[in-house]
Design a protein around this ligand. Structure first.
Ligand code: ADP
Ligand code: MG
Length: 274
């Protein structure tokens, strides 16, 4: 790797409860390049969300270390993972977690309010993003008045306006119906790429991983290890949500990934292509 922003080195993590120990992550190592869009796929319950929580700093690994290489003043050039949330990461979850008692605008500025960053510059940026992502007209509506895709876009603006270096996306499209999911995922992926952010997307949908990511890691079943690491290069004819799925390389990647995960009791909503 030429320019890694993040290095995960030999991470192990187990949950300890009254019922005993549940090993979730076993010797996980990989790097993420600055500006890369990395997808991580793996069977349900294998430890994908645990891995994101460890990267975000919500969980402290039993062993191993996480190094960040970012330039902004607020962050040291690198640091050992410790308890606490890294200020330069944004975390987006499966459900948009917008608050119904706040308008879309009030939801979008929530992170800025909490972080005491509601400056005129940031307010201008919020307005610009609401316009860019076709939400400006809806800024005074409540979340329940918007479609699922619009709510996810609002959640993304709330995350992006804090200017994170790294975006952690934990199955952010899985609550959407299939058609909405195709266009919203492609939309959000374009937004992330155009801002030059580094993203780690957890998904159980191989088609989504192939169509959105520069590289895919496949995790084994629990305790998770990294089973394989696939770079993805698609020849795209246009930038429609379906373009990547029609790319000539798509089927080959799908079949290779399917083969890798088929012995992991992997369950997902797509059948293998011939
Ligand atoms: P995934 O996101 O891949 O579906 P998770 O990372 O959520 O999987 O969970 C990995 C494993 O750890 C699962 O078997 C789950 O039951 C267990 N687990 C997750 N959270 C906890 C917790 N707070 N306490 C105990 N076990 C947990
Ligand atoms: Mg999960």
């Amino acid at each position: 790797m030429n320019n890694p922003i993040l290095e995960i080195k030999d991470i192990c993590y187990s949950y300890h409860t009254l019922k005993g120990e549940t090993p979730a992550l076993s010797h996980i190592s990989f790097q993420v390049e600055k500006g890369e869009f990395l997808a991580i796929a793996g069977p349900s319950g294998c430890g994908k969300s645990t891995l994101l929580s460890v990267i975000f700093g919500l969980l402290v690994p039993e062993s191993g270390e996480i190094l960040f290489h970012v330039t902004p003043k607020e962050m040291p050039a690198s640091r050992h993972q410790t308890a606490g949330i890294c200020p330069k990461m944004g975390y987006m979850l499966q459900h948009d977690h917008l608050f119904e008692w706040r308008t879309i605008y009030q939801n979008v500025i929530l992170g800025l309010e909490i972080n005491h960053q509601l400056t005129p510059d940031k307010i201008d940026r919020v307005t610009e993003m609401l316009k860019d992502y076709d939400l400006y007209k809806f800024k005074d509506k409540k979340p329940s008045e918007l479609s699922g895709g619009m709510k996810q876009r609002a959640a993304l603006i709330r995350t992006l306006v804090l200017d994170p270096e790294i975006l952690l996306l934990d199955e952010p499209f899985s609550a959407l119906d299939y058609q909405t999911r195709l266009s919203v995922s492609s939309d959000i992926c374009n937004i992330i790429r155009s801002t030059g952010k580094t993203a780690i997307l957890i998904t159980h949908d191989l088609s989504e991983a192939i169509s959105l990511a520069d590289r895919i890691l496949v995790m084994s079943k629990r305790p998770a290890t990294i089973k394989c690491d696939f770079p993805i290069h698609l020849t795209l004819s246009d930038d429609s949500p379906l373009a990547s799925r029609n790319a000539p390389e798509y089927q080959g990647y799908f079949n290779k990934l399917w083969k890798e995960i088929s012995d992991e009791n992997y369950v997902q909503n797509t059948t293998p292509l011939k």
